[in-house]
Design a protein around this ligand. Structure first.
Ligand code: S5P
Length: 276
């Protein structure tokens, strides 16, 4: 396999990307010296905005599940965008699209959430085949958005392994303008390439959930690895941390900030160790 692009700095890698969302993300990581994304999986707008404001200084990316907010109103998006400008982070709606191209195009552009308007990155399961990328790209590409394919999952017993993962990478390779990388547990460069296929310059971003410092998993199949295992050993680019940062007491803002700082420091130290 070719020497992996991930041994270069995030800033150097930004220069080689063509998708605007991928460039913005890598530049932000370099500028803020963070590879931490926080997944703010809470159910009220007040908690959501308080946590985003608290962790904003320490993250390159905020990951949302916008549909779990019980009191969602579209005005929340403007407040989220203001925080994204205030703290200099990107937004990733973890929508996990999984339908035919025509349907996902509507789900991405329309409905209550109008995801493509505000989310720099979103993701999709490759299960329907390349048509899902075509549908999402028809909405997202003209407005500079990027897509991540779920090539692997963090959960016990995940079916996204082996040839499924390889096929996901092949699909991405054929849609390099819009697919900027993967939700995965390992680096994906060169996976599934034909022997005569030149993938030397390949540089897909790998964003990795299932990260925890104080726990190995939860009661519902989630599995955690440390930032060092994810960034240094597995060559991933971004650690995605949810409960490890926001914890169980959503009002304990000082503790949330302290945990965000800790994950940021661990993720960045692991990245510095892998740079050659
Ligand atoms: O394989 C995956 C893919 C995703 S996007 N495993 C995951 O856990 N996720 C998401 O990452 C999940 O939906 C949740 O929002 C976050 C992990 O949260 P945590 O609280 O377990 O860190």
């Amino acid at each position: 396999m070719a020497p992996s692009a991930h041994l270069k700095s995030y800033g150097q890698r930004a220069l080689k990307q063509t998708n605007p969302a991928a460039i913005l993300l890598l530049e932000t990581m370099e500028r803020k010296k963070t590879n931490l994304a926080v997944s703010v999986d809470v159910t009220t707008s007040a908690d959501f905005l308080t946590i985003v404001d608290a962790v904003g200084p320490f993250v390159c990316l905020i990951k949302t599940h916008i549909d779990i907010l019980e009191d969602f109103e579209y005005s929340l998006i403007e407040r989220l965008e203001n925080l994204s400008l205030k703290h200099d982070f990107l937004i990733f709606e973890d929508r996990k699209f999984a339908d035919i191209g025509n349907t996902v195009a509507h789900q991405y552009s329309s409905g209550v959430y109008k995801i493509a308007r505000w989310s720099h990155l979103t993701n999709a399961h490759p299960v329907p085949g390349p048509s899902i990328i075509k549908g999402l790209a028809s909405v997202g590409l003209p407005v500079g958005r990027g897509l991540l394919l779920l090539a692997e999952m963090s959960t016990k017993g995940s079916l996204a392994t082996g040839t499924y993962t390889e096929d996901a990478v092949r699909m991405a390779r054929l849609n390099r303008d819009f697919v900027v990388g993967f939700i995965a547990q390992h680096r994906m460069d060169g996976i599934g390439a034909a022997p005569d296929e030149d993938v030397t310059d390949e540089d897909f971003l790998v964003l990795t959930p299932g990260v925890g410092l104080d726990s190995k998993g939860d009661a519902m199949g989630q599995q955690y690895r440390t930032p060092e295992e994810v960034i240094l050993d597995s060559g991933c680019d971004v650690i995605i941390v949810g409960r490890g940062v926001y914890g169980t007491d959503l009002k304990a803002t000082a503790a949330i900030v302290a945990r965000a700082e800790r994950y940021m420091a661990e993720g960045w130290a692991a990245y510095l160790r892998r740079l050659v």
